[in-house]
Ligand binder design. Structure first.
Ligand code: BGC
Length: 336
């Protein structure tokens, strides 16, 4: 385990922090949006392979932000009607899509500098941010900590903790994108994927869950025994055509390996473990193509189901005043 190195990350005061472990793996994170920048693996015969979509400075993220690597607060995904009821009162949020709030609204914390705390002994960086009461319509001063740890088991552990001084809704996620070949300009179609999920959430035309939780059986969403992304990306299945790929939540089973992805060259495997009930997999269906090819990367956004605050049977994302929120997700890597 090495010392955590700090360097400037562009001209606006942002910093880049580099963590190492004793297997030669490195992770870089920045206080600009509490982002994961790179995950670097010492793949045999080729030096360090970066398996994320990464920008080279805070300004680059600012110029073309598709939430790349960022922490998303306070509520990830789309909220239908850009409103919800919290403890008997209706709240209206900033609409950044017609009649919807995506990823917490506008001018969100992914575009701001967070406070940093370094814990060398734990090989860990914590970023903190205080969301002001009423920001984008969300009630409560919400104090949030995002902690990134590089473990000696080659895991990148992401943990969110929060408290609010008013009842509010809270469902954060991390929006890191991966291509395990290291080349984000190639489609991820041939990556192998296994997901321990029997059901996925069907989307309506607004890209919001319709409320239906559908069995994966007999659909391109069935990765229980493994498959390749391509089985969805080129399918005529109506849910795929609707969003030109995957942009869907799967309901995770309580398995030891909830999601496993392997690169087509078989050299890199990512295994996901989370205490969150679902994973939203977005295959970069319409991101800026100068940054990555269409379908050139995928995200594994661990969270409660999107629009849970407005849908029966989707679970609660209420964060009551004074209560503690915690989520834990680990992306673990192995390589040859
Ligand atoms: C959403 C996509 C959206 C993307 C923006 C994803 O989490 O599900 O619909 O376009 O974020 O980067």
């Amino acid at each position: 385990m090495g010392k955590i190195e700090k360097t400037a990350f562009g001209q606006n005061g942002a910093s880049l922090y580099r963590l190492h472990n004793r297997h030669g793996m490195q992770v870089t994170v920045t206080d600009f949006g509490a982002r994961i920048v790179e995950v670097l693996l010492p793949v045999t015969g080729e030096g360090l392979r970066n398996v994320t979509l990464a920008c080279a400075s805070a300004e680059e993220y600012l110029a073309q932000d598709a939430y790349v690597g960022a922490s998303i607060l306070p509520v990830a995904g789309r909220i239908s009607g850009a409103s919800t009821e919290i403890s008997g009162q209706t709240y209206h949020f900033t609409e950044n899509e017609p009649n919807r709030t995506l990823h917490g609204g506008v001018d969100t914390t992914n575009l701001h500098l967070w406070q940093t705390e370094i814990d060398e002994a734990a090989n860990q960086i914590s970023f903190t941010y205080q969301l002001p009461d009423g920001k984008n319509g969300f009630p409560g001063t919400i104090s949030v900590t995002a902690t990134y740890t590089l473990t000696e088991d080659n895991g990148v552990r992401v943990s969110y903790r929060a408290t609010s001084d008013k009842d509010t809704v809270f469902n954060p996620t991390n929006h890191v994108y991966f291509n395990l070949t290291g080349d984000v300009h190639q489609t991820v179609g041939q990556h192998r994927l296994q997901i321990a999920a029997d059901r996925f959430a069907v989307l309506n035309g607004d890209n919001v869950p319709s409320g239906e939780l559908r069995a994966v059986e007999g659909t391109p969403f069935d990765f229980r025994k493994g498959g390749v992304f391509e089985q969805g990306l080129t399918s005529d299945y109506e849910q795929i055509k609707l969003v030109q790929g995957f942009d869907h939540p799967w309901l995770l089973e309580d398995a030891e390996q909830q999601v496993v992805v392997t690169s087509p060259d078989d050299k890199v495997t990512l295994t996901l473990q989370t205490n969150q009930p679902s994973v939203v997999i977005y295959t970069y269906n319409h991101g800026p193509t100068d940054l990555a090819a269409q379908h050139g990367v995928f995200s594994l956004e661990c969270q409660a189901l999107p629009d849970a605050c407005n849908q029966e049977g989707f679970g609660s994302i209420l964060l009551a005043a004074g209560e503690k929120f915690t989520s834990e997700t680990e992306y673990q890597f192995s390589w040859k």
